[in-house]
Design a protein around this ligand. Structure first.
Ligand code: MEV
Length: 303
């Protein structure tokens, strides 16, 4: 059985599309996938089913992934442990887990570069122009620095990160949210470029906080990142409310994660995870806890 992580973006989503670095971390929930030789290639994910020859989006993404791996005909099954479309990297985790399962069933080594290329082909069908951060986080353990030019680099954490993850609002399409920021940049380049430079500075400082174990500092930077994301119109009332509830319950910082427009909020906890999860549950927000271990961050990204 092949596996891939879901992810959170600690800081830098959207800006990463424009070449600004971002910081992501794999989370425990992810995707499991397996593959067996078959007469024709098919993919089942829970209730969803597609053939590689389908015109459906799922069928086209599957066909693109199989073509990138030059794979034989396979029947693939995948199981999602993540809510889809919520900014937790479900789509990229599917791409990575399915690519690993396909390589294993084809008798090939799960070569990291081939898995990344296949996951990028899969993601391209859904997102048009993904930065690649979701697929990188799905394929690697621990915390990552990522930029479009140099790809993923591990960040060695001084302390474990404990996160509360709340599903603030129904999911939105990543493609549409990314296009919305691109349209805003066409109309108001000075506003967007100032926000991107602000995010660049926050991300650089967040790396120092992670390496030094300065969690209060990291939390403040996450809060500032959320303000800049609101200025890009990718936040929602539900996201703002979810962040405020988390901060009132003792979060060191809280922000949307992923494309926004709905979906998930992450809160950085310091002995306050239970209080934050209880506050969200009390407000009818689906939520769960996750952690990023300092030890896992030492695992090399070149696996
Ligand atoms: C989506 O998880 C993150 C975005 O920055 C898009 C991307 O990087 O491809 C919004």
């Amino acid at each position: 059985m092949a596996r891939a992580n879901g992810k959170v973006i600690l800081l830098g989503e959207h800006a990463v599309v424009y070449g600004v670095p971002a910081i992501a971390a794999g989370i425990e929930r992810g995707v499991l996938a397996s593959a067996q030789p078959a007469d024709s290639s098919s993919l089942r994910i829970g209730e969803r089913y597609a053939r590689a020859a389908d015109e459906s989006e799922l069928g086209r993404a599957f066909a693109a992934l199989l073509a990138a791996l030059d794979a034989p005909r396979l029947a693939v099954q995948a199981c999602l442990e993540l809510p889809p479309g919520s900014g937790l990297g479900a789509s990229a985790a599917l791409g990575v887990a399915i690519a690993r399962a396909v390589l294993s069933a084809s008798g090939c080594e799960p070569d990291a570069a081939r898995v990344q290329a296949a996951a990028a082909a899969w993601e391209g069908v859904y997102h048009g122009n993904p930065s690649g951060i979701d697929a990188a986080a799905a394929a690697h353990d621990g915390c990552l620095w990522f930029d479009r030019q140099s790809g993923p680099q591990p960040i060695v954490l001084r302390r474990d990160l404990v996160l509360a993850i709340g599903l603030a609002d129904p999911p939105a399409s990543t493609k549409l949210m990314v296009e919305g920021v691109a349209r805003l940049r066409e109309r108001r380049p000075e506003v967007v470029d100032k926000a991107l430079e602000g995010i660049r500075a926050l991300v650089a400082n967040a790396k120092l906080c992670l390496e030094a174990g300065d969690l209060p500092g990291l939390g403040s930077l996450m809060n500032y990142n959320q303000m800049l994301l609101s200025g890009l119109f990718v936040s929602t009332e539900g996201i703002e409310r979810c962040c405020a509830l988390a901060r009132d319950a003792g979060a060191l910082g809280a922000k949307l994660t992923g494309a926004g427009g709905g979906g998930a909020v992450i809160a950085l906890c310091d002995g306050t995870a239970q209080a934050i999860l209880a506050a969200w549950q009390g407000a009818g927000i689906d939520c769960f806890g996750s952690s990023v271990r300092a030890r896992a961050a030492e695992v090399s990204v070149a696996k």
